[in-house]
Design a protein around this ligand. Structure first.
Ligand code: NOJ
Length: 758
């Protein structure tokens, strides 16, 4: 046994020694290089520019080519393709004085060319291996396409579905969000960042961007430190612990100071407390935007940002145009510029760009890897596993492969909308529509009728705002009545109706906040007319956010939430509707009962006047008109089978600091079909020095159960798992009573109690 440990100790020491040796080599290389660099060249490295393309603001960068040749650019974003990237790299490597290679970044958010489900959908799989695999595939494709830096994962906790960017993250929970953050970093970066199929990930948007007031994008954030530390910061920290190479600052203020100029955030917390060694990049013009925040002119905000700990300026060119002057005036130091420059050169060194600047420019690899059959097949599986079944009356689903099915709705045959937000490299022409997916899954014995039935919206203003990047919400020339009539006629001839409704891709994502998160009136009218036919209606919902679906949940026979499933989303819908997969996704964000209830989430505090959900009482923390609970809670999702949970068995009723206990339940598949259930563990710290959430997710396990099969699922809970940040922001354990809840969602749970002793 001792020998065994000695072996690992020696191995561990050797790898630390190897690491130190390679760091020394890198440091010497960079020091030698930096000695040759002029001040302008050092500042040039801090400049990230885009020649245009997939941009999310005004294009500031001009004369990109000559800037590269003059050593005024550290990296480029917004171009893809090994050939184009080789050309840009040649400008730097052949024509600039010191031949320093560029790095190439892009928003590789949910897949690259083979588009995976939007991150919110992906998170609903609760499948960390699958999520890691989807990031791995994205990295394989992106690196084959010339890229070496992905602006992902987006780990902002979001509890306001009005915020369009809720689509880009993993929902409301810090524990799950942290696990997913780590899985994605592993997927992108692999175990060796210098390989030609791995790239640097960029965790964003640091920090708290998801808590914008009113759900309005880019808006003010104001939050207590206790909430920050316990609920919003953990996913960024988790990504850093997983070794993420870079981090992007956010647009919002934190304690009144914009993130991009916030020294507490970028230096004290990030570097001093968390020990982050990588590269910090601003978000798109977020340094310049500090002028609008009211913090001074471009020179002042650029100096503020560098002083705060920013390394690289995305697109704004404030660093490029003002830092020299600020240095001369003593507003920044040479050391600050050099530190930032060094971090950028280190990232390039670690990628292996000094060894081979064309490492990612391999046309042959691009041909064989990008959108390969294997990647499309994986995307289809990932999409199917992201879907959440919200309702299924009388086993309406799965559908039979016989009879007549009316497929209706504005998204049934809309290729344009299948990929979802932030799929800048995706080609929607290569996406499978739901109609195609259904036809191919239904087989020859099923008759499929199609009618569009409604426009995505009849609100011309909303359509205009949605169509900025193309016709996602086209207005059909026919009258709404004619369109509805066509759909109703199709329904009348069918056994069942599949209504494919929801949001256009660009009603979600960046700069896509919505005050009304109901299904658009045009679509609701269609559904109401279909209900009158008396035919069972399966609603297939495309959405990048939780929506308010009270009427739909009362009137539809079944609701399958498919988010935006990506390139193979249509096929995946076919697979699930006809039962090739039993849905296994679970919500990672609560669906509000009404927009007035926002924010609503599972880890709320109890308040001093807790609500009694059985009976209304005056002078309690509740609403007169609606319940406190969301319509669909966090963790919720049905399947084609059903599960029962035994009571919780604990290995003991108390544990001491440094110890663990186990909690087990027997989960039984009580239905007639095989399925996969996500068993969730929550805890409640009953008495503490601060008020603690009513439920906190602390673990989950996915179990595959054949019809009739039972399995005992066991969780180990250590005293470490019970730690939290107290009012003095110390990460502590507090002895006392705890509750444990285990179940298939955050509401329907079995309960047990234990005591944490000293
Ligand atoms: C702005 C977005 O906030 C960020 O997520 C993205 O990575 C950059 N633009 C670059 O496109």
């Amino acid at each position: 046994m001792k020998k065994f440990f000695l072996f690992f100790f020696v191995l561990g020491s050797l790898s630390v020694a190897a690491q130190t040796a390679s760091d020394t080599k890198m440091n010497t290389f960079i020091s030698t290089l930096m000695k040759k660099m002029t001040l302008d060249e050092k500042i040039g490295q801090l400049n990230l520019v885009t020649p245009g393309g997939a941009v999310t603001g005004s294009v500031v960068s001009k004369d990109v080519e000559s800037k590269i040749e003059n050593g005024q650019v550290g990296g480029l974003f917004g171009i893809t393709g090994p050939e184009k990237i080789r050309q840009a790299q040649e400008l730097a490597v052949k024509n600039s004085r010191l031949n320093i290679p560029l790095f190439f970044g892009l928003d590789v958010i949910h897949g690259h060319k083979t588009v995976m489900p939007i991150p919110l959908g992906l998170s609903c799989s609760w499948d960390l291996e699958l999520i890691e695999k989807s990031a791995r595939i994205a990295a394989e494709e992106a690196t084959a396409d010339g890229l070496n830096w992905a602006f992902s994962p987006m780990v902002d906790i979001a509890r306001d579905p009005r915020w369009g960017r809720i689509a880009e993250g993993s929902g409301e929970d810090p524990y799950l969000g942290s696990q997913i953050a780590k899985a994605m970093v592993r997927g992108y970066q692999g175990t060796d960042i210098s390989k030609d199929n791995t790239l640097i990930a960029c965790v964003k948007h640091y920090a708290l961007y998801g808590a914008a007031e009113g759900g309005r994008d880019y808006n003010t954030v104001d939050m207590s430190k206790v909430r920050m530390y316990n609920e919003y910061l953990p996913p960024y920290k988790a990504a850093i612990e997983a070794g993420v190479g870079s981090i992007m600052s956010s647009f919002n203020v934190i304690d009144g100071i914009p993130a991009s100029g916030n020294k507490w955030l970028l230096t004290e917390l990030l570097r001093n407390q968390w020990g982050f060694k990588g590269l910090v990049v601003s978000d798109y013009t977020s340094i310049n935007e500090m002028m609008n925040h009211g913090l001074g002119d471009l020179q002042a905000v650029s100096a503020l940002s560098l002083n705060a700990g920013m390394d690289m300026d995305m697109v704004g060119e404030g660093f490029l145009t003002t830092l020299k002057k600020s240095l001369q005036q003593g507003k920044v130091t040479l050391q600050q510029i050099e530190t930032a420059c060094r971090r950028i050169l280190e990232a390039k060194y670690r990628l292996g760009l000094f060894e081979d600047p064309y490492r990612y420019c391999n046309e042959e690899r691009a041909k064989s890897v990008i959108m390969s059959d294997a990647n499309r097949k994986a995307a289809r599986e990932v999409a199917a596993k992201s879907f959440v079944l919200l309702k299924n009356n009388n086993q309406t689903l799965p559908l039979k492969k016989s009879g007549t099915i009316a497929v209706v709705g504005p998204l049934a045959d809309s290729r344009r909308n299948m990929l979802g937000t932030w799929s800048v490299s995706g080609d929607f022409d290569k996406a499978v529509t739901v109609l195609e997916g259904i036809k191919s899954a239904a087989g020859p014995d099923t008759k499929i009728l199609f009618a569009k039935g409604a426009n995505l919206t009849n609100d011309a203003n909303l359509a205009k705002h949605t169509n900025v990047f193309g016709m996602e919400a086209p207005m059909d020339g026919r009258s709404p009545e004619d369109m509805i009539k066509e759909a109703v006629d199709a329904a009348a001839q069918s056994d069942v109706v599949v209504a494919v409704v929801g949001e256009a891709a660009d009603m979600t994502g960046e700069a896509s906040s919505m005050a009304n998160i109901d299904l658009q009136e045009s679509q609701k009218e269609l559904l109401k007319a279909l209900v009158k036919t008396g035919k069972p209606i399966v609603m297939v919902l495309y959405n990048g956010r939780p929506m308010t679906l009270k009427w739909e949940s009362d009137n539809m026979a079944a609701i399958l939430d498919v988010w935006f499933g990506g390139t193979e989303g249509g096929n995946a819908v076919g697979d699930v509707l006809f039962g090739k997969y039993s849905p296994s996704g679970k919500l990672t964000t609560s669906f509000p009962y009404s927009v007035g209830q926002i924010p609503v989430y599972h880890s709320m505090l109890n308040t001093g006047r807790p609500y009694n959900h059985e009976e209304f009482a005056k002078f309690k923390s509740n609403y007169l008109d609606i319940p406190n609970e969301p319509l669909y809670p966090f963790g919720f999702g049905l399947s084609y089978t059903s599960y029962s949970y035994s009571d919780v068995t604990l290995s003991g009723t108390s544990l001491k600091m440094g110890q663990s206990i186990t909690a087990s339940v027997k989960v039984t598949n009580t239905g007639a079909r095989d399925g996969v259930e996500t068993v969730q563990l929550y805890i409640r710290d009953v008495v503490g020095s601060i008020s603690r959430p009513m439920k906190e997710l602390k673990g989950f396990k996915k179990v595959a159960l054949k019809a009739g099969e039972s399995q005992t699922v066991t969780f180990t809970i250590s005293s470490n798992d019970l730690k939290f940040y107290n009012n003095a922001l110390k990460f502590v354990n507090e002895p006392g009573d705890y509750k444990i809840f285990i179940g298939g969602n955050s509401v329907d749970v079995k309960e047990a109690s234990f005591v944490l002793g000293k």
